[in-house]
Design a protein around this ligand. Structure first.
Ligand code: PBG
Length: 306
């Protein structure tokens, strides 16, 4: 009766990795229990999850090297498997809330979120590509775009592009405080999207910074974001609380791949009780102030007994 915080399946967004082709399912080796799926199998997965009470999904494409180039041109090619699958998913499950990722890295031969020239990321030139990408995704009927690229000014830019083309109802979940973190490595395995040179420290945030998260939140809010996200979650609970206390927008937290893998690895050795630690983790993220949690544990949370 006096319990202050409860996590429910309605709080969760389940990230999924999409493969080109059909009847394909391959486990991410650094993320036991998480599979890359072709569209036909993903439709079945979404159907199952909806029955378990999971209503929202964030879909990322695992793109074959042959389709990658410097300008991420496949990201706005309507015939490409990712965009075709999104359309099919929304057609079959209009009630599912579908979020997409806006960033160049899955399609970039450089493995960076932005356009690279002479070893540098070109912020403003990247915006044009992100605009085409977001528009192509909106055209499939999805509900939320998630700019995970961290270029400056992209929320305002994308909002304008979407509105101008009649997609005023597509929401933007901005990766507001996305830190240059070591916890993303298993995700980069999943998509084979690790940077080919350098790191992402010129566009992702310094883990030492807190006040800067407030500045990012202010900018994103002014530019028209509908949600503010903090990422990773477990090592940034203070930032989640900071944004919750300083914003009236819904706050999302991304319980990232490395956070999932740590718990899975320890549980596989019998060092931690997976179900218990998973629930405690999600609870702590919600208690910190997250209204929405993106987590690879979503299905396990919905499936296993409490
Ligand atoms: C890149 C992107 C990353 C994640 C989501 N979008 C990785 C990165 O910035 O290198 C990480 C998610 C996770 O680790 O679960 N646009």
């Amino acid at each position: 009766m006096v319990e202050e915080t409860r996590v429910t399946t309605s709080d969760l967004i389940f990230p999924l990795f999409l493969l080109e082709g059909s009847n394909l399912k391959s486990e991410v080796s650094s993320m036991p229990g998480i599979f890359r799926l072709s569209a036909d199998l993903m439709l079945k997965e979404i159907e199952q999850c909806l029955k378990l009470g999971i209503k929202a999904f964030d879909i990322f494409p695992a793109v074959d090297d042959q389709h990658k180039d410097q300008k991420a041109t496949k990201s706005y090619d309507a015939t490409f498997f990712y965009l075709r699958a999104l359309k099919e998913i929304k057609k079959q499950f209009p009630e599912a809330c579908i979020m997409t990722d806006v960033a160049m890295d899955p399609y970039s031969s450089d493995g960076h979120d932005g356009l690279v020239k002479d070893g540098k990321i070109l912020n403003d030139e990247t915006l044009e590509i992100l605009g085409k990408m977001a528009l192509a995704q909106a055209e499939t009927g999805i509900d939320i775009i998630g700019p995970s690229d961290m270029m400056d000014g992209r929320v305002g830019y994308l909002r304008k592009v979407l509105d101008k083309n009649g997609f005023t109802e597509v929401s933007i979940m901005s990766y507001t405080a996305k830190y240059a973190s070591g916890f993303y490595n298993p995700f980069r395995d999943a998509l084979d999207s690790a940077p080919k040179f350098g790191d992402k420290k010129t566009y992702q945030m310094n883990p030492a910074n807190r006040t800067e998260a407030l500045l990012e939140a202010q900018l994103d809010t002014d530019e028209g974001a509908d949600f503010l996200m903090v990422k990773p979650a477990m090592t940034y609970l203070d930032i989640i609380r900071l944004l919750k206390d300083n914003s009236t927008l819904p706050i999302a937290a991304y319980n990232v791949s490395g956070e999932y893998s740590m718990i899975k690895a320890a549980a596989q050795r019998g060092w931690l009780d997976e179900d218990r630690v998973m629930r405690e983790t999600l609870l702590s993220i919600k208690r910190a102030g997250a209204d929405v949690i993106l987590t690879y544990f979503a299905k396990a949370f919905a499936t296993q007994p409490t």
